[in-house]
Design a protein around this ligand. Structure first.
Ligand SMILES: NC(=O)c1ccc[n+]([C@@H]2O[C@H](COP(=O)([O-])OP(=O)(O)OC[C@H]3O[C@@H](n4cnc5c(N)ncnc54)[C@H](OP(=O)(O)O)[C@@H]3O)[C@@H](O)[C@H]2O)c1
Length: 212
């Protein structure tokens, strides 16, 4: 698959690197320094370019920037008609402390309002980036950790699900974009568990339904 990465930091850099290692054709875009994009691309056998170049011919895009940068990235992206966009952003304030959207809407829904022509699917926003490499290293070992995946476009969810499996996670269908209202606040609980509570940041989760 041809994948464009908008925001090549902790999330975009790591996910793009693992997708490239899984055989995908990845283009890194959107960082403050061109040399960082160049290095990431070189280290992972991927490409780098402008946001508009990353959109060209892409089967899937990953939006992985601070919420305050979302408008800028979308402006640079141009036409996203029919494009599948995986969103891992949490709509946080500048201090990364409080949600700036919530309860009556969500970041996921706001993005879909900004760009209704794109095929939005949210995932990875409740998964600390520190877990990606260890999960990838254990790929194939059951049970796989889960990743919430939510959106209103079932085809986009299928593609995102494949990309989630490619790096060793199992997609957990958590309904439509509207459920971002509840899942995005949960991301803050995963931040507490990963970065404040003891045990290190490589946090994963797996929900179980008991039978009998
Ligand atoms: N980190 C996590 O574990 C985690 C987990 C769940 C959800 N999230 C969400 O995922 C999103 C991305 O988080 P992240 O941790 O990957 O952030 P990050 O490491 O700060 O990466 C953001 C990327 O955006 C680029 N950028 C920022 N300002 C820019 C500007 N003015 N012009 C061009 N590029 C700019 C950065 O460039 P540089 O590379 O040059 O700095 C970087 O490549 C956020 O919405 C966050 O809430 C993160």
């Amino acid at each position: 698959m041809k994948i464009g990465i908008f925001g090549s930091g902790l999330m975009g850099g790591k996910l793009g690197t693992l997708w490239a290692a899984s055989g995908h054709d990845v283009t890194f875009a959107y960082a403050r320094s061109a040399s960082k994009l160049e290095r990431l691309a070189q280290d992972s056998g991927a490409a780098h370019g402008s946001v508009a170049e990353a959109v060209e011919g892409a089967d899937a895009l990953l939006l992985a920037v601070h919420w305050s940068r979302v408008g800028d990235v979308l402006d640079q992206a141009g036409d996203l008609a029919g494009k599948i966009v995986l969103n891992c952003c949490v709509p946080l304030d500048a201090a990364n402390r409080d949600l700036v959207v919530g309860t009556t809407s969500s970041g996921a829904e706001e993005l879909a309002k900004m760009r209704p022509e794109a095929r939005w699917v949210s995932c990875f926003n409740t998964t600390p980036s520190e877990s990606f490499a260890p999960v990838f290293a254990r790929k194939g070992q059951a049970p796989a950790p889960q990743v919430f995946i939510y959106g209103d476009d079932s085809g986009a969810k299928d593609i995102a699900g494949q990309l989630i499996r490619d790096i060793g996670f199992e997609p957990l269908d958590t309904g439509g974009l509207r459920n971002g209202r509840y899942i995005e606040p949960f991301a803050m609980a995963t931040v507490e568990l990963a970065y404040v509570q003891p045990g290190g940041p490589a946090l994963t989760y797996r929900f179980t339904k008991l039978r009998g």
